[in-house]
Design a binder for this molecule. Structure first.
Ligand SMILES: CC(C)(COP(=O)(O)OP(=O)(O)OC[C@H]1O[C@@H](n2cnc3c(N)ncnc32)[C@H](O)[C@@H]1OP(=O)(O)O)[C@@H](O)C(=O)NCCC(=O)NCCSC(=O)C[C@H](O)C(=O)O
Ligand SMILES: [Mg+2]
Length: 303
């Protein structure tokens, strides 16, 4: 089931890239992921932390997420402290393999002075994670809830030797395992990145597969990927018209007692009316998001 909060496109931006950090919130992505991890060289980590904290100090329209380094790295503890202080919408934990690792991040946050409620997101990018995403998804906490999974297919490819080929047949079982676990736990779930920025047809095809698989959106690495990704994960005009027809048909008095009806030569059940109503609500949320100024002045809660 798609979340009603639009997360069609989540743009990664290296925390060390001054120009990109400045531009990222204004490019039309629903989510910006400020990266302190793999996109930032070791000697630029401290500067990236400072730059991201500065960027978070200004209000913005998109959801803002900070990806930290793992707590088992030399940078993880400082990243986490800086991320908590910057108050993003969520902190993205890389290379999570178990629920215990999410719990370790929670314990570190709870131990901080003035720790506040914040959502956690988890990268699913290790062989252990894709075999048992439910263990990670089941890790629950009211103050520090796990809210989303993000696939990391580059790391998964490195860890397993699996190639990233068009259509992604070798990866699909892991992608769907992750998606099912996310749905069981009520998490959002975002597809991995497409590295070949120049291959616009390949990117569009990959977005379409991810959408059809049920992902809420896709992570992207370059501004040129935002508009096609937003389009792929938005209901088309035709889909919306069909959704309206289904909702209208079930609202008719003569269909009040019926579980299934025929519409345009097809069987339509009440569960389809539920999907249709969700699609209409999602389109309305997208419209509100797109009408919102860059600085989030209208309030993101309105989405
Ligand atoms: C891939 C890039 C290094 C390409 O950079 P560059 O050659 O500078 O691109 P352009 O010259 O085409 O850029 C044009 C303008 O757009 C701005 N820009 C570029 N990228 C971004 C961005 N991500 N966000 C915001 N703005 C961006 C440039 O500054 C130019 O602006 P202007 O000067 O005004 O013209 C680069 O795109 C990049 O660094 N991308 C992100 C890389 C990244 O974050 N990687 C880590 C995440 S991916 C990952 O780790 C997934 C997962 O963990 C896994 O395992 O799979
Ligand atoms: Mg990765």
């Amino acid at each position: 089931m798609s979340s009603v909060v639009p997360r069609r496109t989540a743009l990664y931006v290296p925390g060390s890239h001054a120009r990109a950090v400045e531009k990222a919130p204004h490019l039309g992505a629903d989510v910006v992921i400020f990266d302190l991890e793999d996109a930032v060289a070791p000697d630029a980590k401290a500067e990236a932390r400072r730059r991201v904290a500065e960027a978070l100090a200004a209000p913005a329209g998109p959801e803002r997420v900070i990806r930290i380094n793992g707590l088992d790295t030399p940078w993880g503890a400082e990243d986490l402290a800086a991320a908590v202080a910057a108050r993003p919408d969520a902190i993205l934990i890389p290379k999570v393999s178990s629920g215990a690792e999410v719990e370790r991040v929670r314990a570190a946050i709870r131990a901080m002075d003035g720790a506040a409620a914040i959502s956690l997101w988890a990268m699913i990018e290790t062989p252990r994670a894709v075999l048992n995403p439910l263990d990670i998804a089941a890790s629950r906490d009211e103050m520090l809830p796990l809210a989303a999974f993000v696939l990391g297919l580059n790391d998964l490819s490195r860890e397993t030797g699996t190639r990233q080929v068009p259509g992604r047949a070798p990866m699909l079982p892991w992608m769907m395992n992750t998606l099912a676990a996310a749905r069981i736990a009520g998490l959002a779930v975002l597809d991995g990145v497409f590295n070949d920025i120049a291959d616009t047809a390949g990117f569009a095809a990959e977005c379409a597969v991810a959408r059809d698989c049920g992902f809420d959106g896709k992570t992207v690495i370059h501004p040129a990927q935002i508009a096609p990704c937003n389009a792929a994960f938005s209901p088309s005009g035709e889909e919306l018209a069909e959704a309206e027809r289904i909702v209208t048909a079930f609202a008719l008095p003569e269909n009040a007692g019926r579980g299934a009806i025929a519409l345009g030569g097809r069987m339509v059940e009440r569960l389809h009316a539920e999907i249709a109503a969700r699609r209409i609500a999602f389109a309305a949320a997208i419209a509100r998001r797109e009408a919102m100024p860059d600085d989030g002045a209208a309030g993101r809660e309105a989405v």
